[in-house]
Design a protein around this ligand. Sequence first.
Ligand SMILES: [Zn+2]
Length: 548
Amino acid sequence: MALIPRRRLGDVLIDCNLITEEQLSASLKEQKKLGERLGETLVRLKVVTNDDIIWALGDQLNISYIHLTDQLIDFNLARSFSEKLIRKHKFIPIFKLGNELTIVMADPLDGDALNVIESLTEFEIKVAISAATEIDFYIDKVFGKEVETADEDRELGSLLFGSPQISLGDIKKLLKALTPEKTIRMMLLDGLKMGSANICLEPHGNSIHLKYRLSGKVMRRLSLPGEVFLQLKTAIATMTGQKEIRNGSRIIIDGEQGTQVELTLSVLEANHGPCLLFTPSGPDSSNPHLKTLGLSSTDLKTIMGAIRESRGLFLVMGPTFNGKETTLKALLNALPSGEMRGALFTSSPISGLGEDILQIHVTGSENIVKAAENDLDFLAFNNIPDGRSLQLLLEAACRRLVVATMNLSDMTSLVHFLDDHRISRKLFFNSTRLIINQRLVRLLCEECREEKLLPEEFTGLIGDEKLRNIHEARGCGKCNRLKYTDRTGLFEVLSLDIFNRGRMLRDESLFTDIYSNSDLLGFRTIREAAIELAGKGLLDINELLHAI
Ligand SMILES: [Zn+2]
């Protein structure tokens, strides 16, 4: 038996005060004349909307609404039913679970249809509702032409990705069958489906490597013969609407289920020639601004003041995945544009930089020597790899602005790093202008968070008498059950201005025991910032512990 009561759509809509008896009888007449379903007629005559129907059925009969996607539908299951029957009653069997078969219908109150479907299968039928247009689209997809193209694409896709190295013959065949443009789209979509943060086409000797960046690691997906690079580049330029490849231009590709994804193209100078980097355009990927990072107004003022001096090292620290790259970009974006000439030296490409900043691929400290010899106004480094590099950059920063990131977890580890690598503290104090240490934390959903007493085992760890309560979220519709709705950076910004530099040169113990002297040196610690946010109910215990 179907798990819904047999009622008629018209009655449900009248019960919900969405239509009147008169509207119903007029619509029924019209419906019989044209042989439509009642729902379709009501929508066509603009008596109700699709949403009204879905809402009324959901509300009155507890039928859930399902937004159809490729993943949700078991295509083979759907094809095991007669196309004629499916089209006639406008339903799609979408999946089987145990003894239960779930079908979506445009009109779940179509009793005839349910009787027929039930007589054909021994399963219990569970009915959900979907918009008629979505059902039509997927019926075509299940039985129609689109399925063939999908299969054909899959076949060509397996030719492309079947082995890690594609031969010249195969790629030529593919480019001919697919066109270069479609081949590029296929690569980009493949990278996006795998969850790649960016997708890179990189020349390497006689080949081109297609690389993805997955969870911070770069993975080579494919190697293509170099002969086809020009052809691919021409196609990419056309896709961006330009005559040639241009830094910062955009491509839109069709993602899955009718979505569209916009990607930003960056050109990165590498050893074997320029590589092309595609990054999904997102809120944080393009042009971050210092004002949106979560810096306090005092810290913001300190940073802007230091930027105006255009000299010295700006060191951005923090563990990986804590937003250092974003801060680096925001700092570069805050430099007076057009007035300063500089380049970013990076071991892995960065997207969302201003068009006038040249990116240069470097690995290890050898290249840093070369970079430091440049006469540019500013140098930026993504990830100082070792002590020798830091030493070189400190020397370079005597004469110009250097912005660099480094994987160090806090200022105490910085002190140890300098000592371990025998870097002179005097050089460090004289050349460094700003130290920014940061953490990214997730902010609790304000809709479903609840206050509770801070568990005793944490009171000693946090050791702040002001914090007695902590919030926790359950997950709700607003936060998609994620418990968190946003992220923010927590910062500690130490300015080595003329006063602090003087103090530290006179008394090195201020630096050695830096966190005990944070008040004197005038910076707020991440710990303080995190406890304050937790006190406001914005951090749960996990995020608080991650930060402190
Ligand atoms: Zn929530």
